[in-house]
Design a protein around this ligand. Structure first.
Ligand code: CMP
Length: 138
């Protein structure tokens, strides 16, 4: 069990001004932000980040959406970080997200679902290093 996970506040949530509200929910849930930056992914970079989904029918739509506007990327620290963060964000489809979760409050649809959270310790490390060098992780 690792104590770090990776998240992105996606373009839909950025556009709607929800970055502060989402960060507040993250902090209140006991996560410590150990790296953070706001950036705008090019279609090529978004495609690289989500390469694992390349064969899925929604890949094109996902890449277009994730490169539509700025995102906030962060590495979060907490005991049992990956699992606890997935509980905090709720189901991928906001229609199935539990009360009190970030997606229940802020997500519009399965595609535009406000936040990303790593699904394993291994992917958390890969995704964190996609955005942050060792010097940028505290
Ligand atoms: P995320 O947790 O960032 O990981 C993969 C993303 O693909 C997911 O959130 C959704 O934004 C997107 N996604 C998953 N399923 C679908 C779908 N059926 N249609 C469109 N986008 C999807």
């Amino acid at each position: 069990m690792s104590n770090r996970t990776f998240t992105m506040i996606k373009p839909d949530a950025t556009e709607k001004g929800h970055t502060g509200g989402i960060l507040e929910m993250i902090n209140k849930a006991g996560f410590r932000i150990v790296a953070m930056k706001m950036t705008h992914l090019s279609p090529a970079k978004a495609g690289e980040f989500y390469a694992v989904h390349k064969e899925r029918p929604f890949y094109g739509e996902l890449v277009e959406f994730m490169s539509r506007g700025p995102i906030t990327a962060a590495i979060l620290e907490k005991e049992n970080a990956v699992e606890d963060f997935r509980t905090l964000i709720g189901a991928t489809n906001p229609a199935n997200a539990a009360e009190g979760t970030i997606r229940k409050k802020y997500a519009a649809s399965i595609g535009e679902n406000a936040v990303h959270g790593s699904d394993s310790d291994e992917n958390a490390a890969i995704e964190g290093s996609f955005f942050f060098s060792q010097l940028e992780q505290f």
